[in-house]
Ligand binder design. Structure first.
Ligand SMILES: [Zn+2]
Length: 237
């Protein structure tokens, strides 16, 4: 319980990523994004941002999202944990957020659609496992349905994705930043300026406990996400 109260839950990270994208993406200047976001981009991006806000926790082999793609993410998280210095080290920094965004830019720019579709699949799987969009349990009972749902979701989104979704790298970097903001509010904080080891924190969550997070903050962000998408897509008509 003590340990749990020091962490932001996976589903809170996912919901905060979705909420932040739905609320803020339409306000980002087109000159940053190199495009004007359509309503489709924002809706698709909201689902993908839920996954992007989990990327920094790929450094935690014992976490929920290590089970997103079964053995693949188990091996990947062990590898990332080892090379990044352990949970909440290199991947919880501004440098990593920039590298994730920059790497995604290179992927979208040089590999184009294949890369974008692959990233879409991974982000949907991360969101699915964190939001518990499966019948429950561990192992294949959890990741099997998540992989099927992510495959179907990717096939749907593939219809709408432009050939070079220039907003996708921004979304990846943005999701990482939202994750850092969440962990920043917990006791261990985050090494924002890594490789400088100093950790930054305003531990609000350790004081309020997970109950406030689960019963107040997450529901409010969920309602906020739906409201933001409503204002963007339905209200103008
Ligand atoms: Zn984290």
């Amino acid at each position: 319980m003590l340990l749990a109260s020091r962490l932001v839950l996976g589903h809170s990270h996912a919901i905060s990523g979705a909420f932040a994208w739905a609320a803020l993406a339409p306000t980002l200047p087109p000159i940053w994004l190199h495009t004007t976001l359509s309503a489709h981009d924002v809706i698709v991006g909201t689902a993908l941002a839920a996954g992007a806000a989990l990327i920094p926790d790929l450094d935690h082999h014992g976490g929920t999202i290590a089970n997103a793609l079964g053995p693949v993410t188990k091996v990947l998280t062990r590898f990332v944990e080892r090379v990044s210095g352990g949970h909440r080290h290199a991947t919880h920094s501004l440098l990593f957020a920039a590298a994730a965004g920059g790497g995604s830019w290179a992927g979208v720019h040089y590999l184009g659609r294949y890369f974008a579709v692959g990233v879409t699949f991974v982000l949907l799987a991360l969101a699915g496992i964190a939001l518990h969009l499966h019948p429950g349990g561990d192992g294949v009972r959890a990741w099997g349905p998540v992989v099927i749902a992510a495959t179907l979701g990717t096939a749907m989104i593939d219809q709408w994705l432009p050939d070079e979704p220039v907003w996708l790298p921004w979304l990846v970097g943005f999701g990482c930043l939202v994750h850092l903001a969440g962990d920043f509010m917990t006791e261990r904080g985050v090494p924002l300026l890594w490789p400088i080891k100093m950790r930054f924190e305003i531990p609000l969550i350790s004081r309020t406990g997970n109950r406030v997070e689960v019963w107040v903050v997450s529901p409010l962000m969920s309602v906020g996400t739906v409201a933001a998408l409503y204002v963007l897509t339905i209200a103008p008509r």
